[in-house]
Design a binder for this molecule. Structure first.
Ligand code: S3P
Length: 193
């Protein structure tokens, strides 16, 4: 993400899905590759004194292999099964401390995952941004993302998934912002500032 822009907190919300006082505290960050979900989850966790998790890390631990290897050995469908199983496991856990979880870019585009998340009434924040900027961030990270190809295909997949991401209760625009600024906006969306 770029340097901080104006100190205005903008959050687009279409429901009042905020945290219930005294209830279980869990928040999901969703969005396309390069949106900064993992970095923002970490920053938000530090800011609020919450723990954080990346669902992809849980998938790798459960499967005993890195994401790119799961794609190589089991294809995308095998990865999606592993992803749904990891999400189901996470949602079945009870923890004493609140936590924030970054989901992989395709997780919230799978109907059964959305159903599980909505049934659990977990607040979801969509980290959005122009696909060109998201692509540049992925290029800069040089991570092993099996579904990151050329810009045209990246943009097409983003457009295809965006309606699913928009089912999230809140949307935060990350364009030109740094991680801390986005984390502040997420905290504001959730009424935690
Ligand atoms: C994926 C995004 C990745 C990872 C996997 C599939 C996707 O996570 O879950 O490579 O389908 O967009 P990030 O969004 O953290 O890169």
């Amino acid at each position: 993400m770029g340097s901080p822009s104006a100190g205005v907190v903008l959050c687009f919300s279409h429901t009042m899905a905020t945290l219930r006082p005294g209830g279980p505290k869990l928040v999901f960050l969703v969005g396309f590759m390069g949106a900064g979900k993992t970095s923002v989850a970490r920053a938000l966790g530090q800011k609020l004194g919450w723990s954080f998790e990346d669902l992809d890390d849980r998938i790798e631990a459960r499967e005993g292999q890195p994401i790119h290897r799961i794609f190589e050995t089991s294809g995308e469908s095998g990865f999606r099964q592993a992803e749904t199983a990891a999400l189901r496991e996470l949602l079945a856990e009870t923890r004493p401390q609140p936590y924030v979880v970054a989901l992989g870019g395709g997780a919230f585009a799978q109907a059964q995952n959305v159903d599980m998340i909505e049934q659990a009434a977990v607040p979801v924040i969509f980290l959005d941004g122009p696909p060109e900027e998201l692509f540049q961030r992925c290029e800069a990270e040089q991570g092993k993302r099996p579904l990151q190809s050329d810009l045209d295909r990246f943009r097409d997949l983003y457009q295809q998934r965006r309606p699913a991401y928009l089912r999230a209760a809140h949307r935060v625009d990350t364009a030109g912002k740094d991680v801390d600024e986005v984390a502040m906006e997420v905290a504001s969306c959730l009424g935690l500032l």
